[in-house]
Design a protein around this ligand. Structure first.
Ligand code: MG
Length: 245
């Protein structure tokens, strides 16, 4: 398995408050995460950086279950909350955090906010996370459609994030994974301008870093209204294998 990532400031924002993490863990796995900071001044970028540093520390190398991931995310929340309380320049700081530990046959996932995780398999793309935004909650309740949620004025208003409160509710999943599956994590800077079926179309034509670059470029071509971050994990097909050697 290989991992790829890229984060771009976009064309409108004055700084990049997104951040991402990817590194190996034991048993052939990888820890991957995307964080999208919120808050003015230094608060947003500090929050996303802190979230990633905290899970990097707390997850360690041996990851056997989601409870380890959850305690790492709770710790990250606590650290950001405490700093936001203690230091006025960080008041109101917060961040999304979508973090995964991926093995060839298994995926552990934790999620807070409106960054997303997708599973891409052949001609299918499945959202593995729910957006914790006002529009996302309405879509889930059936009040509005997916298309309406995409353009909703409150699509960027988060209902859950790390940092604003001393405790946070974390969505988790533990699911079987296959070598064919590709995991894509991204911030809303991608999904606010590129629809799921478009991500799928790019993924049918491109792999690895080329896929990441195509998606980021697509967001920039559509005005790059927000910081955009994309992370990918996939098993690289050995060309020798397909040639029967
Ligand atoms: Mg964003």
């Amino acid at each position: 398995m290989k991992t790829y990532g890229r984060s771009d400031q976009g064309l409108v924002r004055s700084e990049n408050q997104d951040d991402f993490l990817m590194r190996p863990v034991e048993s052939g796995g990888y820890l991957l995460a995307v964080a999208d900071g919120i808050g003015g001044g230094p608060a947003g970028s500090q929050a996303s950086r802190m979230a990633l540093a905290a899970i990097d520390d707390a997850v360690g190398l041996r990851v056997v279950d989601v409870s380890r991931l959850v305690s790492a995310v709770s710790l990250a929340n606590r650290r950001i909350y405490d700093l936001g309380q203690d230091d006025s320049q960080y008041e109101g700081m917060g961040t999304t955090l979508t973090a995964a530990v991926i093995f060839p046959d298994r995926l552990l996932l934790s999620h807070v906010g409106d960054s997303r995780a997708y599973r891409i398999r052949h001609d299918q793309i499945i959202r593995l996370t729910m957006d914790h935004s006002v529009a996302g909650e309405m879509e889930r309740a059936g009040t509005i459609t997916t298309e309406e949620a995409h353009d909703h004025p409150k699509r960027h208003v988060l209902t859950r994030a790390l940092g604003p409160f001393d405790r946070v509710r974390i969505d988790v999943a533990d699911m079987p994974w296959s070598r064919e599956d590709r995991l894509l994590l991204c911030s809303d800077g991608l999904t606010s301008v590129v629809f799921d079926d478009e991500i799928l179309r790019y993924s049918e034509r491109y792999h690895g870093q080329a896929l990441i670059d195509q998606l980021v470029e697509a967001a920039l071509q559509r005005g790059g209204p927000d910081n955009v971050t994309v992370v990918l994990a996939e098993v690289v097909r050995d060309l020798g294998e397909s040639n029967g050697r």
